[in-house]
Design a binder for this molecule. Sequence first.
Ligand SMILES: [Zn+2]
Length: 380
Amino acid sequence: MARLTKTTRGWCSPERYVQGPGEFKNIKHYTDKFGKRIVAFIDQFFFEDFTKQLQTYYSGNGYELHTIEFNSEVTEEEIARHAEELKDWNAEVVLGIGGGKTIDVANAVAVPLGIPNIVIPTTAATDAPTSSLSVIYHADGSHKGEFFFDHSPCLVLVDSEIIAKAPVRFLVSGMGDALATLIEAEANRKSDSPNLVYNNDGGFKRTVAATAIARACYDTLLRDGLKAKIACEENKVTEALENIIETNTLLSGLGFENNATAGAHSVNDGITSLPEGAKTYHGEKVAFGTLTQLVIEDASNERLDEVIRFCIDVGLPVCLADLQVPNTAENIRKIAEASMHSCWGSMPFEVNADMVEAAITTADKIGERYKKQYKNALLV
Ligand SMILES: [Zn+2]
């Protein structure tokens, strides 16, 4: 088990975080301090629309804009190819506009080019936008590892109108990812494990700020999650939706990186080892992983009850059937064994595959029972 050997505290975060309705149209204001040569990686789904908008913002006055449609895997080869192609273009700032993979490739390409990166997420589905790492894949789509940078994005710009118009399932999935933040932070605090802030020495001790942010992440979810989901279903930006966008993106992002992950993300990783794992989003699997972690640590009934009711209220999975994974003994064993390669080591006690198998089986049955007996999705 990885344990801290020093008491040195470490923290990382983007230089700036800006969130509000219509903020995308102010992008030029934020890039002007870096220069006039802008390169933007854009998700294929939004490519034409965002290219047109950027062309209007950056027309005349010596601006040069180069947009790249991104629709492949984030591989080392792909990052090197883009960096090589852009080398002589002399870009002064790179934008990553879209979901996780587009953001990850833009951030990774900025490193060899030695230029600042701005992240513009188009959903609030995960806590990746604020982080200083990119997830790297093999060409066949399988997970290869993480590429850690020694700096975070210089700006994360979130346009809440764009988020409100995205499918609500993305927002709910982001709540699942955020739900794990406090539960995993508490495990890391108890075990005194290093956080995920990059250094050559394997992470730092968490700051008081990191602990407070994980708490705020959980409390805001419970208070505003359902209201935000309802607003998003109507494509309306309300204060509760703004709070949840911030929770899913900033609080969850700062929270996981400055505290580290534990059992919930290990179960997510275990589920992705099954073919059915691809049917659901990251945060949906993490939500069930959170229940599993609470079972393995024998959390209080009040905490379990609170988490399960929240998941049912907003529509997050509470059992394997919700994740479209048949709850056979064989599947559960596979998830448990695959999850052992992840971050159970940051729990405050030794965890083995038998314990995880028992916890998944039990969490699944508890979730099924709640689904039968608890149906009210009211605010109090
Ligand atoms: Zn996550």
